[in-house]
Design a protein around this ligand. Structure first.
Ligand code: TNX
Length: 507
C-alpha cells in the first residue's frame, strides 16, 4: 500500500476490518460532504445509511479545532474513526481511507463487497503547505466542463486544494461576463491554430504568425457551468481560483471589443502563441471593462482568490495609441513599466477592497507590486525569495520544476511540446525551492499545464501525471518521500489507471 501524498505518521496494526453490507455513519453537518464523497466511490458495493447514534456507527467523523488546518487523525480498528480539524481535513481523511482500499475503488465499479477490507491503522496527518494547486489552461485549448469536473476528482485524490483556471488569453476567452456577450462569442472562437511549433521568440520581436491550419477552435463556459465547477470543488475541499490575464494576453477580448485595442492589428483571437504586443489600451473605458470583469469574478467565484495575470505585457503600443498616451501624459507616466505598475494598482485594489486575495505573476514585482498582492512566481525560482523579501505572500510555480507543458522527455515518439523537457529529476528537485525558507509568506505552490500544444484532455493528463503526483507529494509532505520510479509509483499510478487517467508511463 503506497499512500500518496505520504502521511506525516502511520502506524500499522495486525489484521483487517471488513466492510459491512450497510455502512452506518455518524457526523455533524461539516462532515456530511466527506461521507458523500466516500459513498460515491463505494456505492456500487455498499449501501450507506445515517446511524441513529455515534455508538451504532461504523464510520464516525468528528471535529477538533486544535488540530492543524486541514489535518486529521484516522483510526481503523473495530470501526473507522476520523477526527478532523475542519471540513477539508475530513475530506482528506476520506481520500486516505480510499487509498487504503483496493485501487479499483477509484474506478467506475462495480466492486465486490467482500473485496472491501481495510488494514488496521492509525494515521496522523496535516499538510506542509496551505496552497497546493494545479493550473489548467482552458484558454489556448478549451476543455468542456466534464473534463474540469473529472480533473477535480484527480486533484482531490492528491489532496490538492486549489484549481487555478486560466480562463482567458490571446487565443480565447472562456468566461461569461454579463453585458459583454461578444467575449464568449467572437472572443471564444479562433479561425485556426498555428501549424507546428511557434518560432523561437528571440531575436524576433514581432511574433505574429498569421498563417494557420484553418480548423476553427472555440468554446466557453456558461454561468451554470461555472457554478457546477465551483460547487463540486467545494464538496471536495478545493478552491477554484479564476485567472483573467490583463493587460497583456488579451487579444481575444480586443477582438470582441475593438475599443479595448491599443493597435489595429487584431481581427480575431490569436491563432499563434508566444508573447503578443497587441495588449489592451489603458483608457478609462478599458479600465472600466476590467473592473466589470473583476466584479463578475468576485460574484461567480465566492471566497476564492482572484488571479489577474500581469505577465508578458509589452507596453510599446501604449505610447503610439493616442488616447492611452494622453492618459499617461496626464499621470506623468513615461515608461511602459510604470504604466503597468499604475494599471496593477487599479485592478488589484478592486479585489483587495472586496476583501479577497489577489494574485499576479512575478513580472509585476519589477516595477513594484501593489501592497497586499500575492506573487505567483513562474520565471525562475529565485524570484520566490525576491517576492518574500519584498514582503509579499508568494506561490512557487517555477517553470524549471512545475511547467508540465514541457514534455517529460524529448524522445522522438513523444508528442510535440514546448521547448526544453522537464524530466522527473527536475520535478523531484522542486522542494529545494523552499530549502531553508521557513516563512508563512510562502503559501505553497502548484504545477501548470499550459495548453498551446495540449489540444485534448487526454494530452493534458499525459503531460500532467505522474509528474503532478510528485508535486502534490512535495507540497503535502514537504519533500518527495515516494520513490519517483515505476516501482515506487506502481500503486499511485494503478489508481490513476483505475480512474481512466491517461498518465505517461516511465521510460
Ligand atoms: C509563459 S507563465 C506564459 C504562458 C505560456 C507559458 C508556456 C506565464 C505567466 N506566461 O502564457 O503559456 O509560458 O510555457
Amino acid at each position: 500500500m503506497t499512500l500518496l501524498p505520504t502521511p506525516q505518521r502511520i502506524d500499522r496494526h495486525d489484521g483487517t476490518l471488513p466492510f459491512p453490507n450497510t455502512l452506518a455513519w455518524h457526523t455533524g453537518p461539516d462532515g456530511v460532504n466527506a461521507v458523500s464523497v466516500l459513498e460515491e466511490r463505494l456505492n456500487s458495493a455498499t449501501r450507506f445509511q445515517r446511524a441513529t447514534s455515534a455508538d451504532d456507527a461504523f464510520l464516525r467523523i468528528r471535529f477538533d479545532d486544535s488540530l492543524p488546518p486541514e489535518g486529521y487523525r484516522l483510526t481503523v480498528a473495530d470501526r473507522i474513526d476520523v477526527v478532523a480539524a475542519d471540513r477539508q481535513g475530513a475530506g482528506w481523511a476520506i481520500q486516505t481511507l480510499l487509498q487504503l482500499l483496493p485501487v479499483q475503488v477509484h474506478g467506475p465499479g462495480p466492486l465486490q463487497p467482500e473485496d472491501l477490507a481495510l488494514p488496521r491503522v492509525e494515521i496522523e496527518d496535516a499538510p506542509r503547505f496551505a496552497w497546493r494547486g494545479s493550473m489548467l489552461d482552458v484558454a489556448r485549448h478549451f476543455q468542456p466542463v466534464e473534463f474540469v469536473l473529472r480533473w477535480l476528482d484527480i486533484m482531490a485524490m492528491h489532496k490538492l486544494n486549489v484549481l487555478h483556471l486560466h480562463l482567458t488569453d490571446d487565443q480565447g476567452w472562456r468566461l461569461p461576463v454579463p453585458g459583454y456577450p461578444r467575449l464568449t462569442d467572437v472572443g471564444a472562437r479562433r479561425p485556426g491554430t498555428l501549424r507546428g511549433h511557434q518560432p523561437e521568440p528571440v531575436p524576433v520581436r514581432h511574433q505574429d504568425v498569421d498563417e494557420h491550419d484553418g480548423v476553427p477552435h472555440g468554446g466557453a463556459y456558461t454561468i451554470g457551468d461555472i457554478q457546477r465547477i465551483v460547487a463540486r470543488a467545494r464538496q471536495l475541499g478545493i478552491t477554484v481560483m479564476p485567472e483573467v490575464d490583463m493587460p497583456g494576453h488579451m487579444e481575444a477580448a480586443v477582438a470582441a471589443y475593438p475599443e479595448l485595442a491599443s493597435c489595429d492589428h487584431v481581427r480575431h483571437p490569436r491563432t499563434a502563441f508566444g508573447i503578443s504586443h497587441h495588449v489592451m489600451n489603458l483608457t478609462p473605458a478599458a479600465i472600466g471593462f476590467c473592473e466589470t470583469v473583476i466584479d463578475t469574478l468576485l460574484e461567480l467565484f465566492p471566497d476564492s482568490p482572484i488571479h489577474l495575470g500581469g505577465d508578458e505585457a509589452p507596453g510599446d503600443h501604449w505610447f503610439s495609441h493616442a488616447p492611452t498616451k494622453a492618459r499617461l501624459d496626464e499621470l506623468g507616466i513615461t515608461t511602459a513599466g510604470a504604466a503597468q505598475a499604475w494599471f496593477e494598482e487599479q485592478v488589484c485594489r478592486r479585489v483587495l477592497d472586496a476583501g479577497r486575495r489577489v494574485v499576479v505573476w512575478d513580472e509585476v514585482l519589477e516595477h513594484g507590486a501593489p501592497e497586499g498582492a500575492t506573487i505567483m512566481v513562474w520565471r525562475d525560482a529565485k524570484y520566490v525569495r525576491e517576492a518574500i523579501e519584498a514582503g509579499h505572500e508568494t506561490i512557487a510555480a517555477p517553470s524549471e520544476h512545475t511547467y508540465f507543458d514541457h514534455g517529460a522527455s524529448l524522445a522522438e515518439h513523444e508528442p510535440l511540446s514546448i521547448w526544453a523537457p522537464r524530466p522527473m529529476e527536475d520535478v523531484v528537485a522542486y522542494h529545494r525551492v523552499w530549502d531553508g525558507l521557513d516563512t508563512p509568506l510562502l503559501l505553497g505552490g502548484q504545477f501548470q499545464l499550459w495548453s498551446e500544444y495540449l489540444r485534448t484532455g487526454d494530452r493534458v493528463e499525459y503531460f500532467g501525471f505522474p509528474r503532478g503526483s510528485v508535486v502534490a507529494e512535495q507540497l503535502w509532505a514537504g519533500e518527495p518521500k515516494v520513490e519517483p520510479t515505476a516501482e515506487g509509483l506502481a500503486v499511485p499510478t494503478a489508481r490513476l489507471t483505475a480512474m481512466g487517467v491517461n498518465w505517461r508511463c516511465f521510460d
